[in-house]
Design a protein around this ligand. Structure first.
Ligand SMILES: [Zn+2]
Length: 338
């Protein structure tokens, strides 16, 4: 079997790897139908997270169960399933409180950019679709493994509600699906910060009403201008940089809600500025598993097509080209088919 391995900065190879097997009785093995390259994969790819040893890549997946461990009772071979990037038992107090991505028993689910993969805590982690999906639905379902669930969490954590004015910082796949999520929650006005025309167009298709091309303080000034000098009710930070975080906090009105779902890199927030900003701040690794049943329903019914964020599809053998295309921003998000 072959899988995706990162050997060092910008050195991704599709090469021989060990065939996954049941290591714990709660594991499942799935045959991957589709996987993809995540914005967060680009951090180690660019050398920002040093990887002294070669590492297996990929944490977004959907596919068919081929084998389960002895303790697995709900998930069965033959089912088409989707899971999150963290495994979760769905029984611990943290899972029950709605945060399965911080499950006390969680393991990172990795090595998804391959033909087969192991999923820990299968009964809690995986959700089966009502049946075998048609091929055309697979990109939509794949987004539920991470980016759509993360965009949805961005909207929930920033308390997007009917009629509210929403700002989305970031036009990557998560930002675009945060726009779609805000639309599904009936936001009144959805302002997306983007300076790339194809991404602006997709944001508009997903429900954005306004585009702000400025950055930093100029972007904040634009949002203030559009909101009677006050700032937006809900601001969704979907990038993870210092500039994006401050743009988000400063674009929010006093007493408004800011969510942050991009993995932060060297982000520092001044305590006094945060104090006087008077915003609610809520973020973290999205509890994607919590949203799977509802979002699977919405895809299954044909209500939403989050898979439109995939603008490049490659056979998984060409995974290195997929990373290059995302690194160079030639592609929003790359779907890989084993
Ligand atoms: Zn748990």
């Amino acid at each position: 079997m072959k899988g995706t391995v990162l050997h060092g900065p910008r050195d991704v190879r599709f090469e021989a790897v060990e065939v996954p097997s049941i290591l714990k009785p709660t594991d499942a093995i799935i045959r991957v139908a589709a996987t993809c390259v995540c914005g967060s994969d680009l951090w180690p790819y660019r050398g920002h997270w040093p990887t002294p040893e070669p590492v297996r890549m990929g944490h977004e997946y959907c596919g068919t169960v081929v084998e389960v461990g002895d303790a697995v009772t709900k998930v069965k071979p033959g089912q088409f399933v989707i899971g999150s990037f963290f495994s979760s038992d769905m029984t611990c107090p943290i899972c029950l409180s709605g945060y399965p991505s911080s499950c006390v028993d969680r393991e990172q689910v990795g090595a998804a950019q391959a033909g087969m993969m192991r999923v820990p805590l299968a009964d809690g982690t995986l959700v089966a679709t009502p049946g075998t999906p048609p091929a055309a639905m697979i990109p939509d379902l794949l987004t539920l493994s991470d980016v759509m669930g993360t965009g949805w969490f961005a909207a929930e954590a920033a308390e997007v509600a009917p009629g509210k004015t929403v700002v989305v910082v970031g036009d990557g796949a998560v930002g675009l699906l945060a726009v779609l999520s805000a639309k599904l929650k009936d936001a009144g006005r959805i302002i997306v910060m983007s300076r790339h025309e194809p991404r602006q167009n997709l944001a508009r298709a997903f429900g954005a009403t306004d585009v702000v091309e400025e950055r930093g303080d100029a972007a904040v000034a634009r949002v203030k201008e559009m909101t009677g000098g006050l700032g937006a009710d809900s601001v969704l930070e979907c990038v993870g940089t210092q500039e994006a975080m401050m743009q988000a906090i400063r674009s929010c009105r006093r007493g408004g809600h800011v969510s942050f779902v991009g993995v932060p890199h060297e982000v520092k927030i001044d305590g006094q500025e945060l104090f006087f900003s008077h915003v609610h701040l809520h973020g973290g690794p999205a509890p994607v598993r919590r949203y799977l049943p509802e979002l699977i329903d919405r895809v299954w019914n044909g209500e939403i097509h989050p898979g439109k964020v995939f603008d490049l599809e490659l056979p998984i053998e060409d995974v290195a080209e997929g990373y290059r295309a995302m690194d160079e921003r030639r592609a929003i998000k790359v779907l890989l088919r084993p």
